[in-house]
Design a protein around this ligand. Structure first.
Ligand code: 0O2
Length: 251
């Protein structure tokens, strides 16, 4: 934004906010800068967590010959949604309240291939010594009334800045591909038209959530069966070759 747009007469931001004196304008500028700084801290924390899951996926995929994490997505909550969440919780907008009461400014969504992967990956993540678990909501074991399933973790992770270390909150949602499919479509349906009042649509959505939970259960059983089958001789040989230390060429 150019300073003209900020201070300018009619049409300028300061004018539109009804601000008439310089000290108020400075306060707004200061608040905007502090807000942007806070958002960039959340962005850093989100990147830290994203990397942690990518590292876990790399290690698990070496051990299992398949990737337990199908995708890792990140999103930073937009300022309007942050304000709405604070209002909903009954707090006025301030940077302190944003940090204290809004847990999901930095969001990381982990979509796993199989149901068991969700818990294996979550446990491996929670065990890391710089991760502090603040809250855990298991909507897989206890789905929401509409059928929503996911494992939610609110954690605090450190970010290392030039002169300080800051602890930042990140919300992590872990779910299977089937849960993600349901949640994405439900979100779209609710976005288009509020179906909150339509009893038959709500029942249908819940039925779909149960179908997808059944699918997850069956796929997990299939995975167990495949894993318990004796390994093919060729696979064992291939694995032995990969595990063997790479000979160092002597000069
Ligand atoms: P967005 O745009 O996805 O971020 P808290 O955040 O813990 O203070 P809240 O909001 O009760 O309080 O947390 P909850 O219910 O554990 O989970 C919040 C997030 O989970 C939501 O974020 C959604 O992303 C997701 N979620 C929860 N319930 C549902 C649901 O029924 N359907 C779908 N599709 N997603 C759901 P936001 O802030 O609502 O939105």
């Amino acid at each position: 934004m150019r300073s003209d747009d900020f201070f300018g007469g009619e049409g300028g931001l300061i004018h539109n906010l009804g601000i008439t004196d310089m000290s108020q304008a400075e306060e707004v500028l200061h608040m905007s800068y502090s807000f942007l700084k806070l958002m960039s801290y959340y962005n850093c924390a989100m990147m830290e967590v994203e990397t942690k899951f990518n590292v876990l996926n790399e290690e698990f995929s070496l051990m299992w010959d398949r990737e337990p994490i199908a995708s890792v997505k990140t999103r930073l909550k937009n300022p309007i949604s942050i304000r709405n969440k604070l209002v909903l919780k009954g707090y006025p907008f301030s940077l302190e309240n944003v940090e204290r009461y809004v847990n999901d400014i930095a969001g990381v969504r982990i979509v796993c291939s199989f149901l068991e992967d969700v818990y294996t990956v979550a446990e491996a993540f929670k065990k890391q010594d710089d991760v502090t678990l603040l809250e855990e909501k298991d909507y897989i074991k206890n789905p929401k009334p509409n059928g929503y399933r996911s494992l939610h973790l609110i954690v605090s992770v450190p970010i290392f800045l030039q002169h300080e270390k800051k602890q930042m909150k990140v919300e992590i949602q872990l779910r299977t591909l089937a849960m993600d499919f349901w949640a994405s479509l439900e979100h779209q349906l609710n976005y288009k038209k509020s179906i909150g009042e339509d009893v038959s649509m709500l029942a249908d959505l819940k039925y779909c959530a149960e179908l997808s939970a059944e699918l997850d259960k069956h796929m997990d059983e299939l995975r167990e069966r495949v894993q318990s089958e004796p390994e093919d001789v060729e696979d064992v040989l291939k694995k032995t070759m990969t595990d063997a230390p790479v000979p160092v060429k002597k000069s």
